[in-house]
Design a protein around this ligand. Structure first.
Ligand SMILES: [Zn+2]
Ligand SMILES: [Zn+2]
Length: 214
């Protein structure tokens, strides 16, 4: 699947992604992380965050980070505040404070346009929209309200669409004519059971009704 995605230049459309989508981005192997900084995605602490704390998205990371603001939390491995005690006794984490500071480090590695906390907030959220009350939902990127809708295929602009056209008379039969023309193709994708071992995904392209290329 990854090979196919690479072949057809599947990319995340990252132009002006709203806060909601930035929050849904995966914390690990984040494409917006500063490449000059070392990303430890498989360290002992990273594994604790993934396997015990279930931290996978930027949103989940920011939520965990809020513990640093809690008065009862003491910034050391022996903290037994309510949440650290829960992590130690029920999740199997040996050092919750270290896990939290690791999350803080990971978030600080994000380039500013990928960091939802640095995005200018207009105070609006899609959750506040109530269409039944007459609210009108407008967004310059309406299709970007979910991360899964933000991927684009055929993003390599060097590609050109062309097709061979059959020669029209006997004189040029030996030299097929190359005609450049635009084709509009609709793409659709679907995923099932994401973030599980039974995850499946598929996609399809549609050129038009009753066409063999579909
Ligand atoms: Zn604590
Ligand atoms: Zn931990």
């Amino acid at each position: 699947m990854m090979k196919v995605a690479k072949k057809y230049a599947v990319e995340l459309d990252h132009n002006g992604l709203p806060k909601d989508v930035l929050m849904q981005m995966p914390l690990w192997y984040h494409i917006g992380a500063d490449p000059s900084k070392v990303q430890r995605n498989r360290s002992v602490t990273a594994k604790c965050l993934q396997n015990n704390h279930k931290i996978f998205t930027v949103h989940e990371a920011i939520q965990l980070l809020q513990r640093l603001e809690e008065e009862e939390h003491y910034p050391a491995n022996f903290c037994r505040c309510q949440q650290c005690a829960h992590d130690k006794d029920h999740l199997g984490c040996r050092d919750p404070h270290r896990c939290i500071t690791t999350v803080a480090e990971r978030l600080s590695q994000l380039k500013s346009r990928w960091d939802p906390t640095k995005l200018e907030d207009n105070g609006l959220s899609i959750e506040d929209v109530d269409l039944e009350k007459g609210d009108i939902c407008f967004s310059p990127y309406p299709e970007h309200l979910h991360l899964l809708s933000s991927f684009r295929v055929f993003t390599n602009k060097k590609w050109e669409t062309h097709s061979e056209v059959a020669p029209q008379n006997a004189e040029n039969q030996s030299q097929p004519v190359q005609e450049h023309r635009e084709t509009t193709v609709w793409c659709g994708g679907y995923s099932q059971d994401p973030q599980t071992t039974t995850a499946k995904a598929g996609g399809a392209v549609w050129y038009g009704s009753n066409l063999a290329q579909n």
